[in-house]
Design a protein around this ligand. Structure first.
Ligand SMILES: [Zn+2]
Length: 269
């Protein structure tokens, strides 16, 4: 059953990925493949639409992200609530970012908390997560023996990267994998990321690591603005919360952004 589910999930995510591959990956102009080798058009229903604000809207015909794939898992709580639905752009971003990290720095899968329920709307205890454009992401970690581990719960990390909960004594924040995840999302053109809510301590930890590895200055500039400790909820030392902007198509159908629009955000993307 598990194997069948995983194979299904892998096919589903691969089809979804096809929708968002950059043009540059298409065959070069002039090269004509025989008809039988042309790829099938992706059979993915992308009619989902984010309506209204992230903290007061809804999700129409939400797009389901498989509960598990090669590089991700949802928490038990999400399975219970059925909150693994988002816009196609959000699901694509998560699948892509988890895949990039899993390939660049191999290790266990990314653990995801809630996105939204199939039709969005209020979902306790969250204020947002109503329109398929928010997601909670647990941090990658390293155990006391130095082995990469998947997150086991919403446990806080301090500024030195030490896990503060008694159940993860001696565990460390996996700054390499967490930074890869963040930089992949910051660089995404479609969708574009508005916020990554995270504590000041965890933000500093990642930025110090990024500077040390001589990260691209544009990615550093974006990270300084997009990574924010929220003022009106928990400091987010135990997970990060990512919010994406409305897509151009959803905007025309009533999707609404609030807050800053960063100077690198392209119109109509
Ligand atoms: Zn959240």
């Amino acid at each position: 059953m598990i194997r069948r589910l995983s194979a299904h999930a892998a096919r589903y995510l691969a089809r979804l990925f096809l929708l968002f591959v950059p043009i540059s990956l298409s065959p070069s102009a002039g090269s004509r493949a025989p008809a039988m080798l042309e790829p099938e058009p992706p059979q993915v229903d992308t009619s989902a639409c984010s309506v209204g604000y992230a903290y007061g809207g809804r999700l129409q015909n939400g797009f389901e992200m498989p509960l598990e794939g090669k590089h991700h898992r949802f928490t038990w709580n999400v399975r219970k609530k059925g909150s693994n639905f988002g816009t196609p752009e959000m699901v694509s971003l998560l699948a892509r970012a988890a895949g990039v990290v899993g390939t660049a720095v191999s290790g266990p899968p990314l653990v995801l908390g809630s996105i939204s329920k199939k039709n969005g709307g209020k979902m306790r205890p969250h204020k947002s997560h109503q329109a398929g454009r928010d997601v909670d992401i647990l941090f990658y970690a390293i155990d006391p023996e130095g082995r990469r581990k998947r997150a086991v719960g919403f446990y806080e990390f301090d500024e030195a990267g030490r896990c503060l909960h008694k159940r993860c004594k001696g565990w460390k924040f996996d700054v390499q994998r967490n930074w890869w995840l963040v930089r992949t999302m910051l660089w995404s053109k479609r969708p574009q990321v508005q916020y990554i809510f995270v504590s000041k301590g965890v933000k500093r930890l990642m930025l110090n690591y990024a500077r040390k590895r001589q990260e691209h200055p544009e990615i550093l500039r974006r990270a300084k603005r997009v990574l924010v400790q929220p003022g009106n909820s928990s400091p987010h030392a135990d997970h990060c919360h990512v919010r994406i902007y409305c897509s151009a198509k959803d905007k025309r159908a009533g999707c609404k952004d609030a807050g800053p629009r960063w100077d690198w955000i392209r119109r109509g993307a």
